[in-house]
Design a protein around this ligand. Structure first.
Ligand code: KG4
Ligand code: ZN
Length: 331
C-alpha cells in the first residue's frame, strides 16, 4: 500500500510518501523567510508560496504507484488549504485512488506515533490531548483513534500566538516561540512574576491578558536590556506553561485517564517538556510527546491520520475544505 500526504494549512508546504507504515520520503518547505518581515503569516503570500513550491516537492517524491491520497482539509488558511486540495485531487484522479481529507489538529495528535521513519501504534486510550500550536490551544478527550471530544480551548489567543506577540513586544523577531525559549534559558531564576492565567469551572484557556500585562510592563521601563528581556521571557514561559499544565491536570483527574498527549508547535519547547515531567513524571501517567522533528507542521503527521483511517476502513470522500474545521469523529 502506497499513499501520499499533503500539508498546506499555514506556512509550511509539506509532502510525504508512505509505504504501509514507513515514511519513504518526507519534505518540508518552511515559508518563514517570506513572512518574517511582517512578523506573522500573511495569507496571500502563504498561498502563493504553496502554489510555487508544491509541484517541486511532489516531483521529488518520484511517485510510481499510489493507492490513496490524503491532505489537510482544515482548519487553516483558505487559500493555502485550496492549493493542497487541488494537488491531492490531481494525484487521486491521475492514479485513480481514494482521497481522504484530514483535520490538521488530528495530525498533530497522531504525530506522537512517528518514531524515526516508522509509524508505531503506541498511543494508549482513553487519553487527554493538549494541542498547543500557533493557531490553536485545545484540550480533547480521546476515547480511541477517530473518537474525539473537544473539552476546552482558548477564549482568545492561542498559546503559540501569545509567544509570537510577546516576542514582538520584546523585539525578538519571528517566529517568537524559539526566540523566547532561547533567551529565557539565561534566566532560569527570574525575579519577575506574571499572573498564571486561570479560568474557573471550565477547561478554557486565555492568553491575551498575560500578553497585555507584559506590554504594560515593558512600557513602564525606560529602556530594556538583554538581561531584562531574558527575565521577562522566562517569567512569561513559566506562567503560560503553569496555566497549560494546571488545566491538563484537572482534565486528567476529572476524566480519570492515565494517558496524556501534548503536541503541536509549542510542544517542541524543552522547558514545557521539563515542567510536564515535574508534574506527571512520578504519577503513573503515560506522557506521549512527538519527536521534536515532528512538532511543527508537516505532512508525515497527516499521513499517520490517513494510515489509521485506512487501518480501520473508515473514511469517506469528504474533501470539502473548511478553514475553521472543528474536531469530530471519522464517520
Ligand atoms: O503547530 P505549528 O507549527 O503551526 C500551527 O499549526 O499553528 O505551531 C507554530 C507555533 C508558533 O506560534 C511558534 O511560535 C510556536 O509554535 N513555537 C514555539 C516554539 N517553537 C515554535 N513555542 C514555544 N517554544 C518553542 N520553542
Ligand atoms: Zn499545526
Amino acid at each position: 500500500m502506497h499513499f501520499i500526504a499533503i500539508e498546506t494549512s499555514c506556512d509550511e508546504t509539506s509532502v510525504a510518501l508512505f509505504r504501509n507504515n514507513t515514511i519513504v520520503s518526507h519534505y518540508v518547505y518552511s515559508q518563514i523567510e517570506a513572512h518574517k518581515k511582517y512578523c506573522g503569516v500573511v495569507p496571500e503570500i502563504a498561498s502563493r508560496e504553496h502554489s510555487k513550491k508544491i509541484y517541486e516537492l511532489i516531483s521529488k517524491l518520484k511517485i510510481k504507484k499510489l493507492d490513496a491520497v490524503g491532505f489537510t482539509k482544515g482548519p487553516g488558511l483558505k487559500g493555502s488549504l485550496l492549493v493542497g486540495k487541488i494537488a491531492a485531487l490531481t494525484l487521486s484522479r491521475y492514479f485513480k485512488t481514494k482521497i481522504i481529507g484530514v483535520n490538521h489538529l488530528e495530525g498533530h495528535l497522531l504525530s506522537t506515533e512517528i518514531e524515526g521513519k516508522r509509524v508505531i501504534k503506541k498511543l494508549k486510550f482513553p487519553l487527554i490531548a493538549l494541542i498547543v500550536s500557533g493557531g490553536h490551544t485545545e484540550l480533547w478527550y480521546v476515547k480511541d483513534y477517530g473518537v474525539y471530544s473537544l473539552i476546552g480551548k482558548t477564549r482568545d489567543d492561542a498559546c503559540g500566538e501569545a509567544f509570537d506577540k510577546v516576542a514582538r513586544i520584546l523585539g525578538l523577531g519571528y517566529p517568537g516561540g524559539p526566540k523566547i525559549e532561547k533567551i529565557a534559558e539565561k534566566s532560569k531564576f527570574s525575579n519577575i512574576k506574571f499572573t498564571v492565567p486561570y479560568i474557573k469551572n471550565s477547561f478554557e484557556y486565555s492568553f491575551s491578558g498575560i500578553k497585555t500585562q507584559i506590554a504594560y510592563y515593558v512600557k513602564g521601563l525606560k529602556s530594556i536590556t538583554v538581561a531584562q528581556k531574558s527575565e521577562i521571557a522566562a517569567a512569561f514561559q513559566k506562567s503560560v506553561f503553569e496555566s497549560l499544565i494546571n488545566k491538563l491536570d484537572e482534565a486528567v483527574k476529572k476524566f480519570g485517564v492515565c494517558n496524556i498527549v501534548v503536541c503541536g508547535g509549542v510542544s517542541v519547547n524543552s522547558f514545557l517538556r521539563e515542567r510536564l515531567m515535574d508534574r506527571f513524571g512520578n504519577t503513573g501517567i503515560n506522557i506521549f510527546l512527538p519527536d521534536k522533528e515532528y512538532t511543527s507542521d508537516n505532512a508525515a503527521m497527516i499521513g499517520v491520520a490517513v494510515l489509521r483511517r485506512l487501518d480501520k476502513g473508515k473514511y469517506k470522500n469528504n474533501i470539502q475544505i473548511d478553514s475553521s474545521l472543528k474536531i469530530s469523529g471519522w464517520i
